[in-house]
Ligand binder design. Structure first.
Ligand code: NDP
Length: 322
């Protein structure tokens, strides 16, 4: 099988014998994988995402089961995998085959092809986890405007499309105001250049956001905290702009603002199925098509630096058989 292999001294596209696949009770013929931000970090070595060598990167994949000793899956079943340490500790999706624990897999929702599922990918599934958190804490379209940062990226694009479909007024916070047509096409009402946010916000800025999906962290998260309305909720999932952020407790103790962390890696299977079913209901396929760009395995190596530099928009789908 062809696969991208990361070794301590470099990364390359290689032919690997099937016998080298790791332990697991389900083998999958992968059809599509993707390039998420974390995959970009793994491929470029920009952060220590890979914790075991040699490693096949790729935190997600969709494909067809070819062998199974797991009660829930049989050959021919279409499946999706998101995270569980795949691509970091266990060989991942940037390959033509994978062998994993069946407990990590979920059935492909009937609304999606394997290609569409990977156009959504871990980024889109995480966007939906963020929206579920906003809903669970009482944010609704009547409460006011919501913000999405890192708007043109994978998580941001899906979050905008779903929130707009649910009736929210969505402000897209972006470093690429030139992507206005793309962002408005997804459903954003307002485009806000992130450089216009206060670089050093006051403890409390003018109230604006009822909710926020933050994929950026850093100064953007600092500004969002200060601009939240009474009882506003931020779902924070990313660090594209930096892991550290300067903060002040005033929004939390005077406005009851909630800062909720979102992680996607070890979410229980039942919640994953809820998130994917909500994506099937609330994400229009026309948006899935508009945000995806398909590449082959070899291109993944070339595009990873651009992804980490924030030069891409939307989702990069990897056709592993191309
Ligand atoms: P993408 O690379 O697709 O998008 C990231 C976006 O962030 C870019 O398109 C850009 O959008 C913005 N950005 C990039 N660099 C900077 C910068 N230096 N400063 C501010 N903004 C920047 O990534 P994903 O959407 O896949 O992931 C987004 C974030 O969410 C990542 O940090 C990722 O690690 C995290 N994540 C976390 C998960 C979890 O489980 N918690 C799961 C999935 C993702 P624009 O130009 O429009 O501002």
């Amino acid at each position: 099988m062809r696969a991208i292999l990361i070794e301590k001294d470099g990364v390359a596209l290689k032919d690997i014998p099937e016998s080298a696949l790791p332990e697991g009770d389900v083998t999958v013929a992968i059809e599509y994988s993707t390039l998420n931000y974390k995959d970009g970090l793994a491929l470029t070595g920009a952060a220590p995402v890979v914790r075991k060598f040699p490693m096949i990167p790729g935190v997600d994949f969709a494909g067809t089961v070819t062998a199974s000793a797991h009660g829930d899956f049989k050959p021919g079943d279409k499946v999706i995998l998101n995270s569980w340490g795949v691509g970091e500790l266990h060989w991942g999706g940037l390959a033509q085959q994978a062998r994993v624990k069946g407990d990590w897999l979920i059935p492909l929702p009937s609304a999606f092809t394997t290609r569409q599922a990977m156009a959504i990918g871990t980024a889109g599934y995480t966007a939906m986890l963020c929206i579920l958190v906003l809903e669970a804490h009482g944010v609704s379209p009547q409460n006011g405007e919501v913000a999405v940062s890192g708007a043109s990226g994978g998580v941001g694009s899906v979050a905008i499309a779903v929130l707009a479909k649910l009736g929210y007024t969505v402000a897209a916070i972006t470093g690429k105001p030139q992507e206005e047509a793309y962002l408005k096409g997804l459903g954003a009402s307002v485009i806000l250049d992130r450089h216009e946010l206060p670089a050093v916000p006051k403890p409390l800025e003018k109230e604006r956001w009822a909710g926020a999906v933050d994929t950026v962290g850093g100064v953007v998260l600092s500004a969002l905290c200060a601009q939240m309305r009474y009882h506003g909720v931020i779902a924070a999932c990313g660090l594209a702009g930096g892991a550290a952020f300067a903060g002040n407790v005033m929004p939390f103790i005077l406005r009851g603002v909630m800062l909720a962390g979102v992680e996607s890696v070890y979410v229980p299977k039942e919640q994953r199925i809820v998130a994917w079913n909500r994506l099937a209901r609330d994400l229009e396929l026309r948006h899935v098509e508009s945000m995806m760009h398909e590449i082959g395995l070899e291109d993944a190596l070339k595009l990873a630096p651009d992804l980490i530099a924030g030069k891409r928009h939307g989702r990069i789908v990897v056709n592993v058989n191309r």
